[in-house]
Structures are given as C-alpha cells and as structure tokens.
Design a protein around this ligand. Structure first.
Ligand code: CO
Length: 283
C-alpha cells in the first residue's frame, strides 16, 4: 500500500506580510498579492488589506475609477464602505459582509468610507476571469453578514462560508463563478485543528486575520499570507489564544496575463483597447 495521506496535505510554499502601499485617493493599506515577492497567484491578481483607526489613512477613499477583465471581492471586518457604479448599483458593505463585483467588459465605480472616524478594516481581492468571460456584462452581488452561513464544528470552530461548499455541505451565497472560488472566514479556539479538502487544481492561500497558525509545520503570524503548495487537503492549527483566518482558493486559469493599472486582459492589444474604450466613454 502506498501512503498518500501525508503527500495530500498542502504545505506552505511562501509566507509574506506584504508591503505598505497607497491607492485610490491616498488610502494607506498593505498590499500582499501584487508585490515583487508575490506578483500573482493564478487566478488571484491582488490582495489588499486596509486597517486603520486614523481617518487620514482612509477618508479619501477610492473615487470613481474603471475596471475590466476580472472580479473584485471586498470583505469587511470593521467599518463601512459605500459602493456606487455606473451600472446603477449602490450599497453599503458592513462588517461580515461581502461584495462580489464582476467588472467584465467594463465598469466605473467608487468605493468610499461611510464613516469619518473609527476603525476601518477590510480586504479587497482581485480574481481573474478566463478569456472567454473577460467581456461579459458587469455584475454586482452584495451579501450582508446575515446572508452568509456559518458552520460550527466541534463547538469551537466557526466557519463563515462566503463562496464554495464545505465538506459538511455548507454552501456560500457566491455561486456560478468561472474559477469556482472557495472563500472561507474561519475562527479557531486555541489548539484546534481545521481540516478541509480543496480541489487539487485550485491555487490556495491562507491570510491570518488574528492570532497565529501552524500550517503543516510552518508558523504563520497575524497579518501574513501563506501561499499553499499542491495537495488535496488543508490543515491549520491555532497556536494562539484564538485564531481567525481567511482560506481562499480557486481554479488556476493558466492563461497569459496583460496587466495595466485597473485593467487585466490576456494581450497587450486587448489592454490598449481597454484604455481606448475607457477614454472614449464606452464603459
Ligand atoms: Co475598484
């Protein structure tokens, strides 16, 4: 008999705390995917974390700007952001709520703080679209915390399921996306081990929101992101009083990436076309 169980558990390939960055009209944040250390993790193009209780760090927000060719996923831990776009969508993202926006062929949106004091803490992830879906009509989905199911395991593991279906069958509200993403927000009591299968063709990362994890022998501290290697199972142990982390995976596209600011296409020609279409007011 061939022992396969150890091989199946994903190891940590890279741990990165990201780099300080500024985006929008001067929002201070930490960029974790989209840096020299981690340019992208197919199909994830960017992962930003903003966390500050100083309004000067966030008040300017993200005034109207375009996107084409991918999806943006905004998830809030504290504070509120107001979204508005030129497709007529508007909404406020509150703690525990997620906004899943498909830019597709083009959208112009703004993301502005809906507060002038207090803690603003959240993340934005960019998920690439396959060539066949880059020019789909834009779409917008907003799910407040009370529409996101929470699975409880062993009484002290709480798993908010934003996208995907867990091994116990809890299904998140985000469905039907081309990269079949899984997006879980997991809380673990001290010393508990979370275990979950992920499809082998998925690339995956864990971002530690709070506390400290041991992932298959590698320590991952608060605020750091761990890129997971190949395998079929993820195991993460809380080695702090309590740990909270995001576990995110999706199908790798293995397509060429042509990236220019807010546009992500497959070729330089498509990128030029995106800038041209935007300048010509075709979004
Ligand atoms: Co945006």
């Amino acid at each position: 008999m061939t022992p396969t169980s150890d091989n199946a558990v994903r190891t940590v390939r890279l741990v990165t705390p990201g780099l300080p960055a500024s985006d929008g009209a001067g929002v201070r944040m930490t960029r974790i995917i989209g840096t020299h250390a981690l340019d992208h993790l197919d199909p994830f193009l960017l992962f930003d974390v903003f966390r500050s209780d100083d309004p000067d760090d966030y008040i300017a927000g993200f005034p109207p700007h375009p996107h084409r060719g991918f999806e943006t996923v905004t998830y809030m831990f504290a504070g509120q952001m107001r979204h508005r776009d030129n497709a007529g969508n508007e909404g406020i993202i509150r703690p525990g709520g997620v906004q899943w926006m498909t830019a597709g062929r083009g959208i112009v949106h703004s993301e502005m703080p809906e507060q002038d004091q207090g803690l603003m803490w959240g993340t934005q992830l960019w998920v690439n679209l396959p060539a066949a879906n880059k020019m789909v009509p834009p779409a917008y989905h907003e799910y407040p915390a009370d529409e996101i199911p929470v699975e409880t395991r062993d009484g002290d593991q709480r798993i908010a399921v934003i996208a995907g279906t867990t091994r116990l069958g809890t299904e998140g509200p985000v469905i039907g996306r081309p990269t079949a993403p899984i997006y879980l927000d997991i809380r673990l009591a001290a010393g508990r081990v979370f275990a979950e299968p992920l499809p082998e063709m998925h690339n995956a990362f864990a971002f530690v929101v709070q506390g400290r994890l041991d992932i298959n022998g590698t320590r991952v501290d608060e605020g750091s992101l761990a890129v997971l290697g190949d395998g079929s199972i993820v195991e993460a142990e809380s080695v702090s009083a309590e740990a909270r982390f995001l576990l995110v995976s999706a199908r790798a596209l293995k397509e060429p990436i042509a990236r220019g600011g807010p546009f992500v296409m497959n070729t330089q020609e498509e990128l030029r076309r995106a800038f041209f279409d935007y300048q010509a007011g075709r979004f």
